[in-house]
Design a protein. Structure first.
Length: 580
């Protein structure tokens, strides 16, 4: 289990040749691991980082030549380094190696000293009570502690195992919590001694989601035996017009946990658990592209009806109708896209952006970057560079999208810039778009269709079941329609998951993507389109770890939970619907 292992026994040998692990009864290292490089790491390799941390301030430098990770054989990681790892109270330690090697089970660790680089530590085998399973495609962290040993009048240093854990690929900082001392982690968290029962590694990442505070992602989420004090910088310029700090509450791991004290440019609060941390408001807000958010008055919320698989969407409907008056007013003032939080705190728990397709200055783009074997996978912010809004689009096969430089190809029908990228024979729903005239004499026309894409005007069929007419510049297919024939599906919908969706009506287009801490289904998503009256057609876009939306260049819904552990705070995507 992450961070909860302990070294149960150690055997020490003073070798004649400090470079020979054979003197410890080990076979020669079967390989020296390469430094981790996300662009070239093989699919069957795992990533493992080794760090050292001291048990007190003022420790001398330690000379380390290599570290050996042993199971059925040994792998050597790192190269000679002088380690300065005093305890600074922040738990960061000093990184020694960041390596990639084939998946293996590690039950022994050997630190090989280098007298020329610093003080020597005993050359010995550290045996782990529980093995570390280095898995393909995963990131692992190991912390070794440097401690002072006093023998009579003599003092020397020793190295022991402290903790390990699997971490998300994008965790910016990894810190070690030790139960016998205070931890001031990353300037955000203060954990008292005894807050956790054993030494534990924590991954931290600060994410700008465009709100009044950054979101701090903490892995793993865990309950504490003593409350932690948390401090987050606040951005006064992002406080919506009409709101005060009293309108905000603290959310940890998607749950409301209390009110912050905001003073001197920072919000301070306590929490009994660790997880994704941010400030949020339940007040209704709209935000036009490039403008400051504005609070909108709303009527009292009505109670609705729940089903076995779906939650009450009446709050979303009511709030969205209230927001729509302000949205249309902003369109009349010349704005092209407006974001609202109307459906973020109740089902379907989605970020919603409404687009004015009659705007002649903006249009839809569906960027793809051809490379050998398919198309380059890119982040939602890369796809949406320079845009008002971007949302993930087509499901793909190929690389998973964990690392930059991945390649994929579409699984659903996709046509961009009048070029067929993929035609399937599956029964699908389609959003189809005309090319905007070069003189921008009109906006962006769109249609919704259902049928077999292989038997369509896209494939040149003489008797097409789907006739896209002039709407063939961009065509995006999906396996699932949210709105068809002017109505929502009245079935409970799919298994709850994170999804994105797009739909059209009244010369508008809606893009919606699940918030970070939530899940939804088709039935709930349809409430958005019903409330706005946009019933020409809507389809579900890719979901799971691929669901993503960027607003004014900022990723709104970074990944959480197991998706965060696997991919990091975002996944590299095949393509996106981009309005700019």
């Amino acid at each position: 289990m992450p961070g909860l292992l302990a070294a149960c026994s150690q055997s020490s040998v003073q070798p004649a040749d400090a470079a020979a692990i054979t003197s410890l009864g080990e076979p020669p290292a079967r390989l020296t691991a390469q430094a981790f490089d996300a662009r070239t790491v093989p699919a069957d390799h795992g990533r493992l980082r080794v760090s050292f941390i001291g048990d007190q301030p003022g420790l001398p430098r330690v000379g380390v030549r290599q570290v050996f990770l042993c199971g059925t054989g040994c792998v050597a990681v790192g190269a000679t380094k002088s380690i300065a790892a005093p305890d600074d109270g922040r738990g960061t330690g000093e990184l020694f190696s960041d390596s990639a090697f084939p998946a293996m089970r590690v039950d022994r660790i050997i630190v090989q000293p280098d007298p020329a680089a610093g003080e020597v530590v005993p050359f010995k085998t550290i045996r782990l009570a529980e093995p570390i399973n280095v898995m393909a495609g995963a990131r692992h962290e190991v912390f070794l502690t440097v401690r002072t040993v006093q023998t009579g009048a003599k003092r020397h240093l020793a190295v022991d195992y402290l903790a390990d854990g699997q971490m998300p690929p994008t965790s910016a900082d990894v810190v070690a919590y030790r139960p016998d001392r205070l931890l001031n982690a990353g300037g955000h968290f203060k954990l008292e001694p005894g807050s956790l029962p054993e030494a534990t590694l924590l991954g931290l990442q600060t994410l700008d989601t465009g709100d009044v505070t950054s979101r701090v992602a903490v892995w793993p989420g865990t309950r504490l035996t003593k409350p932690a004090e948390v401090t987050l910088p606040v951005n006064e310029a992002r406080l919506p017009t009409g709101l005060t700090w009293a309108d905000y509450h603290v959310r940890v791991a998607g749950r409301k946990v209390g009110q912050p004290v905001v003073k001197g440019g920072a919000a301070t609060f306590t929490t009994g658990e660790l997880g994704d941390v941010q400030l949020a408001t339940e007040r209704l807000i709209v935000q036009a592209d490039g403008e400051r958010p504005v609070a909108v008055a709303e009527p009292a919320r009505a109670e609705g009806v729940l089903t076995a698989l779906s939650e009450d969407t009446s709050s979303c409907r009511t709030r969205l109708k209230s927001a729509n008056t302000e949205i249309e007013s902003l369109f009349a003032q010349g704005h092209s896209a407006v974001k609202t939080n109307a459906c973020e705190t109740s089902a379907p728990y989605m970020h919603v952006v409404v687009i004015n397709r009659s705007d002649r200055d903006q249009t839809l783009h569906v960027p793809l970057v051809p490379v050998s074997g398919g198309y380059e996978l890119r982040s939602i912010e890369q796809h949406g560079a320079g845009s008002m809004v971007a949302i993930n689009a087509t499901q793909w096969d190929g690389d998973y999208g964990v690392f930059a430089g991945g390649v994929g190809y579409p699984l659903w029908t996709l046509r961009t810039q009048n070029v067929n990228r993929k035609l399937t024979s599956n029964y699908e729903a389609f959003l189809a778009f005309q090319q905007q005239p070069a003189d921008k004499s009109r906006g962006t026309s769109a249609e919704f269709h259902r049928g077999y894409s292989a038997n369509s005007t896209l494939s040149g069929s003489a008797t097409p079941s789907v006739n896209f007419n002039t709407h063939t510049y961009h065509v995006l297919g999906s396996t699932t329609s949210i709105v068809a024939n002017g109505a929502c599906s009245r079935s409970p919908g799919t298994t709850r998951e994170t999804w994105s969706a797009a739909g059209i009506g009244l010369n508008r287009m809606v893009l919606a993507s699940t918030t970070s801490d939530a899940s939804t289904n088709d039935y709930e998503i349809c409430a958005i389109f019903e409330a706005l009256g946009y019933m020409n057609g809507a389809l579900r876009l890719d979901g799971g770890g691929a669901a993503a939306m960027a607003w004014n260049g900022v990723h709104l819904n970074p990944l959480t939970g197991t998706n965060y552990l696997k991919y990091g705070n975002f996944r590299y995507l095949l393509n996106a619907m981009v309005w700019k």
